[in-house]
Write a protein that binds this ligand. Structure first.
Ligand SMILES: Nc1ncnc2c1ncn2[C@@H]1O[C@H](COP(=O)(O)OP(=O)(O)O)[C@@H](O)[C@H]1O
Ligand SMILES: [Mg+2]
Length: 249
């Protein structure tokens, strides 16, 4: 299977403390890879290195077959056109309408004529079931709707690869479920490969193809969701124990 991400021997040390230690894993085309692990295990640090936001000092990070440590700033900018990012807080511009927020990457990163920008915006809003919200402002939307706008903006440029850091944070279970279904749609309908960080066990069960489990900056498990659920590794058993206790009810 084609790899969209390949990390080999990545180590990160800050002030003599190992934050990531000799970390290796892969994510594959057309799959949702979920990175899990306790608070402080290194998930966000890893994501920042995958996005080229932190310099890679030890080890290798390949994104879409390119070794990103060797890229110039201009080359990295070109890479960013192929990498959508969906941040935890949505990071929408409050002074702009929903439509203008989704249009932003298209205006800044593509040469699309204005009329086409509008078409693309409507198509992306349609994908997240928000066609009617185009002219509303973020302050007029619910938490779940804000997340969906952020998702529409993250895929505005049709990136083959989408990164999500805690996309469901702060959502009620029903909104979370509908966000998960939208994420699955992006995979199934658009063929986007997705790398997602989340704590929500219910989300993981719904969306994950593969699991990468971090503990103290190390990968202690990498494999299919099914293998993760039946793993004998204590940290995984503890992580998924919530699920077992819910099933037992
Ligand atoms: N810039 C930094 N300076 C010092 N320590 C950091 C920095 N960034 C992260 N850390 C430490 O690295 C560890 C991993 O953090 P993080 O990647 O945010 O974990 P997670 O996202 O899994 O909660 C934590 O112990 C955190 O305190
Ligand atoms: Mg984090």
């Amino acid at each position: 299977m084609e790899k969209v991400i390949h990390v080999q021997g990545l180590s990160v040390t800050i002030d003599d403390t190992n934050i990531l230690s000799d970390l290796s894993f892969s994510a594959f085309k057309g799959e949702v890879t979920v990175i899990i692990g306790g608070s402080g295990s290194g998930k966000t640090t890893l994501l920042r290195h995958l996005l080229g936001l932190n310099p890679i000092e030890q080890g290798y990070v390949y994104v879409l077959d390119r070794d990103i440590s060797g890229l110039s700033e201009e080359e990295m900018q070109v890479m960013y056109h192929q990498m959508g990012v969906f941040y935890q807080d949505g990071a929408l511009m409050t002074s702009m309408t929903v439509g203008e927020n989704v249009a932003m990457p298209l205006i800044h990163q593509s040469n699309l004529p204005k009329a086409l920008v509008n078409d693309v915006v409507m198509m992306k809003l349609g994908l997240v079931n928000l066609k009617d919200a185009r002219d509303l402002y973020p302050s007029q939307l619910s938490g779940g709707m804000l997340k969906r706008v952020a998702l529409a903006r993250a895929i505005a440029m049709d990136p083959p690869l989408l990164f999500c850091d805690e996309p469901g944070a702060g959502l009620d279970p029903v909104s979370l479920k509908s966000l998960d279904h939208l994420i699955l749609n992006l995979k199934d309908l658009l063929g986007i490969s997705i790398v997602l960080i989340t704590h929500e066990v219910s989300s993981i069960i719904r969306v994950a193809d593969r699991i990468v489990f971090l503990d103290k900056g190390k990968v202690i498990f990498e494999g299919k969701l099914k293998e993760a659920l039946s793993s004998e590794i204590q940290e995984l058993r503890d992580f998924f124990s919530v699920l077992r206790s819910e099933h037992a009810k």
